[in-house]
Design a protein around this ligand. Structure first.
Ligand code: ADP
Length: 465
């Protein structure tokens, strides 16, 4: 069986969040069972000289205009990975936008990408095209338009990002107006790319079982709950996993002092190094951290409303994040007036690993969370997560039961619920042996993609029956 895994970002080539981690890991796990390849755009910031130029080249026609496509490739840990180079798509310095917001021509950029991916899939004679999020969703529409035999799976990593565009995108993309209705692309008078993936793919998967249930409700459905209910027979949830070779405290080159569960005490040496680069000084003080995009989803309004009493507790807080300027300003100004709160604005892969390796607790007060990888990475590094009981956090973190993934879970996204969970964590911190037991258990748990890859394989088999 041949699978082409299609995503707008794949680690280590381009990453803005968990999608890139998954796209860099899942095909590798699938490769143990099937022939899995991957494809992503070749963005302007990527050095094309590092990749091999394929002989295959073609053009795609959208809205009567022809776009030249070049294909590059490389080997990514055993997974042959293709890059689509096209005008507009590859002209940008970033993936989706710049300081002025999303690129205005993202409809065309990702439309060209999708049309090129379908051609590539045909040339490679793949059985299944595995699509991810709105950027690749139009592939399933293009396949339906041409009545191609190619099967598709569509994984939703975050329902909140739907790829909404004005109606004139239809003619730019050369999509027939008959697709612009409630059963197709139409969404409150706009075009919704994500809907194409849901409507026209053979199966729809969310990145955790709990999120698959939640998105059928008005509260979590982002306006698509009714549409998803209509398609619920082909909807299921499969929990994401980690690249456990990359996220491994024993071999992680970003750490000053690598460690494993048997040598957990060494973790503290990393904390000492990390704290030296901050204003947080005493390594004996419990260290709580957040590593996140600064967006509403991740619970920053709840956090900001709770920070005053939180920072009165005997703890240190360190946040590494990038994103919306309002959160950046608010967090920075509180950090400026508190000795026990360090806020670092930015996106830094190596530094994030040092933080995972140094912290006692990782906070994730997300209002919704399709899966979340951060809590799993934390557990792998012997850092206990404190999470809101939602989505993939519900499926991967458990309080008071000895199943894979142990941490603190607060039921409601309220200040009281969050602060109570922090108090429970602080109590555990005083019971050294009990805390060590949980960390050792978590570090020896399986957060890899192996089990979930098998679930995807079963879905592929079902589709091809
Ligand atoms: P999402 O995809 O919604 O951002 P996930 O928890 O699924 O959230 O994945 C986030 C990934 O991005 C993790 O690998 C996390 O370590 C990383 N990450 C998030 N923010 C930062 C940051 N500011 N610097 C470095 N890595 C970050």
């Amino acid at each position: 069986m041949k699978i082409l895994f299609c995503a707008s970002e794949i680690f280590p080539f381009a990453k803005t969040g968990g999608l890139a981690d998954v796209a860099g890991t899942l095909p590798k796990a699938l490769n143990h069972h099937v022939e899995a390849m991957a494809v992503m755009p070749l963005y302007g910031f990527m050095e094309r000289s590092k990749f091999k130029k394929e002989v295959l080249a073609f053009c795609v026609i959208l809205g009567g205009i022809s776009y030249d496509i070049e294909i590059f490739s490389t080997d990514n840990k055993g997974v042959k990975t293709y890059f689509i180079s096209a005008p507009l798509l590859s002209a940008t310095k970033s993936l989706y936008g710049d300081e002025n917001g999303d690129y205005a021509n993202n409809d065309l950029r990702f439309g060209i990408f999708c049309a090129a991916v379908v051609e590539l899939a045909l040339a490679l004679k793949v059985d299944i095209l595995h699509l991810n999020d709105w950027h690749s969703a139009l592939c399933s529409l293009f396949i339906k338009e041409r009545s191609l035999a190619l099967k598709t799976i569509f994984t939703i990593h975050n329902l909140a990002y739907q790829g909404l565009f004005e109606v004139n995108a239809l003619s730019r993309l050369g999509i027939d107006a008959s697709y612009f209705d409630m059963h197709g692309l139409e969404f409150h008078g706009k075009i919704n790319f994500l809907k194409a993936g849901i409507a026209y793919s053979d199966r729809v998967v969310t990145v955790s079982p709990q999120y698959a249930k939640e998105i059928l409700t008005k509260h979590f459905g982002c306006g698509l709950d009714g549409f998803l209910l209509f398609h619920s027979e082909k909807l299921s949830g499969i929990l994401n996993g980690l690249d456990d070779e990359f996220f491994n405290p024993k071999t992680d080159a970003a750490l000053s002092f690598p460690y494993e569960s048997k040598t957990l005490a060494i973790k503290n040496e990393n904390k000492k190094v990390l704290l030296k680069s901050t204003k947080l000084k005493d390594p004996r003080t419990p260290l709580f951290v957040i590593i996140s995009r600064l967006v509403h989803q991740k619970g920053f309004d709840l956090l900001l409303g709770s920070l005053k009493p939180l920072l009165q507790k005997k703890l240190n807080l360190l946040i590494l994040g990038d994103g919306e300027s309002e959160y950046r300003g608010a967090l920075q100004s509180i950090a400026n007036s508190h000795d026990n709160f360090e806020f670092i604005y930015g996106y830094d892969e190596n530094f994030s690993h040092q933080i995972y390796a140094s912290a006692d607790f990782l906070l994730m007060p997300s209002l919704f969370e399709p899966c979340g990888l951060t809590q799993m990475i934390a557990m792998r590094y012997g850092t206990i997560p404190i999470v809101h009981d939602v989505g993939g956090l519900h499926d991967s973190v458990h309080e008071g039961s000895a199943v894979c993934g142990q941490g603190f879970v607060f039921k409601k996204p309220t200040k009281k619920s969050l602060l109570d969970a922090i108090d429970r964590a602080l109590k555990l911190r005083k019971e050294t042996a009990a805390m060590q037991k949980i960390n050792i258990f978590n570090m020896n748990s399986d957060f890899s993609f192996d089990a979930s890859a098998l679930k995807y394989i079963n879905l592929y088999k079902e589709i091809l029956l």
